[in-house]
Design a protein around this ligand. Structure first.
Ligand code: AMP
Length: 249
């Protein structure tokens, strides 16, 4: 089974993001960038399927700037066999990314596509679902367990109030939730080996994909600064403040 894994380059989750002075977006100058954590889980799941003998080839795909090669090299070090960068300097919305991924799916014909449930920069939670709509593939989102059962894929999903298991016909699309697995670290020998693995670059134009965005970011603002709290000496004082200062009771 060929598995395609979508990998996004995002601001590292440890970075405290700063908004640009003109409120046009987040300041990315000299900021550490990493693979989106949910994509790490997606790569890990594909590698585990390969270790079980279910997956035969893992292809990692990123849509983004030249620098996204770094995250593809990480995916290769973690166990992907080859990588494809759909290179563009434009900031793409989920639909444009899904269209680019659809073009790669058409070319590669994978049996399974694994994406993160959401990218931690834009929190869209849309790309997997949009790709499922464009390809007509079955989808299992927010997966906490994935099992291949013959020509079907059983996906256990985290939903409000519990777990739901769905059985999908292949080819299928899965998006990963936090508890699906715990991603491994890339070992130094594997990081070295990854440098020699194939990484192909294509443009959206060559794939016949339009990157024109249907949405525009109007403004990005930091959350309002919270004022410092105070310690009250008694319940009576707390009640008094809630009543007369906060006016919430
Ligand atoms: P989103 O819908 O933007 O929250 O992203 C959900 C998932 O879609 C991510 O975890 C990735 O697996 C995939 N994805 C989103 N944007 C990209 C991108 N530019 N390149 C590759 N994969 C992406």
């Amino acid at each position: 089974m060929k598995v395609l894994v979508a990998v996004k380059r995002v601001v590292d989750y440890n970075v405290k993001v700063r908004v640009k002075a003109d409120n046009s977006g987040v300041d990315l100058a000299n900021v550490k960038m990493s693979m989106n954590p949910f994509c790490e889980i997606a790569v890990e799941e594909a590698v585990r399927l390969k270790e079980k003998g279910v997956a035969t080839e893992i292809v990692a795909v990123a849509v983004g700037p030249t620098a996204a090669q770094e995250q593809l090299r990480t995916a290769l070090a973690l166990g992907a066999d080859r990588a494809i960068l759909v290179e563009t300097a434009e900031e793409l919305n989920s639909l444009a990314v899904a269209k680019a991924l659809k073009a790669i799916v058409d070319k590669e014909q994978p049996q399974l596509v694994i994406l993160g449930k959401q990218a931690i920069d834009s929190d869209n939670n849309q790309t997997g679902q949009m790709l499922a709509a464009l390809t007509g593939y079955a989808q299992g989102t927010f997966a906490s367990k994935v099992e291949v059962a013959g020509d079907k894929l059983n996906v256990t999903r985290e939903i409000d109030g519990g777990l739901q298991t769905v059985s999908l016909n292949l080819p299928a699309i899965v998006t990963t939730d936090l508890r699906l697995n715990e991603p491994r670290y890339a070992s130094l020998p594997n990081i070295m080996k990854a440098k020699k693995k194939p990484l192909e670059t294509v443009t959206p134009d060559a794939l016949g994909v339009s990157t024109a965005s249907t949405t525009k970011t109007v403004k990005v603002e930091a959350p309002a600064a919270r004022s410092a709290g105070i310690k009250v000496k008694s319940v009576a004082e707390l009640v008094e403040k809630l009543k007369n200062e906060a006016k919430v009771i």
